[in-house]
Write a protein that binds this ligand. Sequence first.
Ligand SMILES: Cc1cc2nc3c(=O)[nH]c(=O)nc-3n(C[C@H](O)[C@H](O)[C@H](O)COP(=O)(O)OP(=O)(O)OC[C@H]3O[C@@H](n4cnc5c(N)ncnc54)[C@H](O)[C@@H]3O)c2cc1C
Length: 460
Amino acid sequence: MPKRFSRAIHWFRRDLRLTDNTSLREACYASEEIIPLYILSDWNKEHLWTGPKRQQFLCDCLTSLAANLAHLGGTLIIRQGEAITELLRLVTESGAEAIFLNEDVDPFGKALEARLKKESPVPIFSHQDIALHGPTEILKKDGTPYRVYTPYSKRWLPLEKIKPSGRLKTLKTPTSLPSLPLPTLETWGLKPLSKTVSAGGEKAARLRMKQALSETIYHYGDTRDIPSILGTSRLSQDLRWGTLSIRELYQEAQKCGSLKYLKELAWREFYFHILHHFPDVLKLEFNPDWRGLPWDTPGAHFQAWKTGQTGFPIIDAGIRELLETGYMHNRVRMIVAMFLTKDLHLDWRLGEQFFAQHLLDGEIASNNGGWQWSAGTGADAAPYFRIQNPWSQTQRFDPKGTYIQRWVPKLSACDPKLFLTPPVDGKPIAADYPLPIVDHSDERKRTLAIFQKHREANSQ
Ligand SMILES: Cc1cc2nc3c(=O)[nH]c(=O)nc-3n(C[C@H](O)[C@H](O)[C@H](O)COP(=O)(O)OP(=O)(O)OC[C@H]3O[C@@H](n4cnc5c(N)ncnc54)[C@H](O)[C@@H]3O)c2cc1C
């Protein structure tokens, strides 16, 4: 049967795979030839929402995507610049009759889609691909969005999920279109990384998924909170960049029988849902009660937090894991985030931005959700008075100091008991290791006072 279009563009954004890619599949049904396109941002070092580690991961994903397309006889077209300008230029240049894309969930991606739909001379076909259930699919009986995770997840879990569609087998792409070379860090004027980060791309993601499905997810409920072991799936960066399909991961993970794991996937979609319905969370506290809290001015304490020099071993280990690898364990993300907001009284937005610059999985919705949860200001957040104590959290989740000693080598000769309480004699626990920059119990009291005062002032 003749196809509807002779040539169409598939615009890759955060769906950098050939397996079970909804928009790419639909484009192939509808068009004889596909132009697989990726548009590099003209990001520069001043950009606050990404950083060299993430860009390196993106470079890997694109190299892998190009190789996978070449295997099918296709060519990835790379362009750079303002997305709409580049798309429209390519439409004119190539004679493409349609543009296919998978919908984004964040306001910036959505704004581009809206502009494209207005300005494009050819039809735009967009698909929900990023989540098992799109942000408007699960609503309360009265049609309003959920604000609390548990009732949302109770609706999410039993809903039927779309099955994955498999890997693309053939693809015909035009041969004559010019493309920029695959990017490297130099493309954005960045220096090569001093340490390698996890490899990006579909092949690397599938290897990680295989490992998680053959082992980790089976005992996830028991191991997920222990940062020193491989007790979580470590797939967040692959879901972020779309080198794995959420439908495939869900289908396979279901076979491992860990409800706890499936519920984590629901958290990811809950935060997409929150960001879609309440995009102001990127600027404001989700809970209006906590808007306008008096945060301290960032100075030496923020610098110590960002460089892993707080004198709290668990905090410093987490930050150093992040700085070296672009990843931080979820339990430690919570401890580190609460410490910034409740012990140092610094604005959660500072931490949100710092994480976005360093995390390979940096994801606007989950990052904002995680930060607002930790600050006590978010949807279904930890109440402000539940303040994690970094010392007792260490006792619970890293009692032998294995995680701490891995990431803070200066502490490798210390007795791990020293990581469980503030130094008793007022002396550093190792040479060149700082004393704790604050006293947790004093700061806890200060946080309670700040929140209570704010609540009282608002209720008058
Ligand atoms: C302050 C803070 C910031 C965070 N920033 C991000 C971020 O930018 N990007 C990101 O993907 N996750 C973020 N998270 C959530 C969580 O820490 C990571 O998803 C998780 O550590 C990734 O490791 P994993 O793949 O081994 O997760 P697993 O424990 O194996 O979980 C499986 C998957 O479920 C999802 N998931 C798990 N926990 C959460 C959660 N709390 N919220 C949303 N999704 C979740 C992720 O997609 C993850 O890959 C943040 C959490 C906090 C507390």
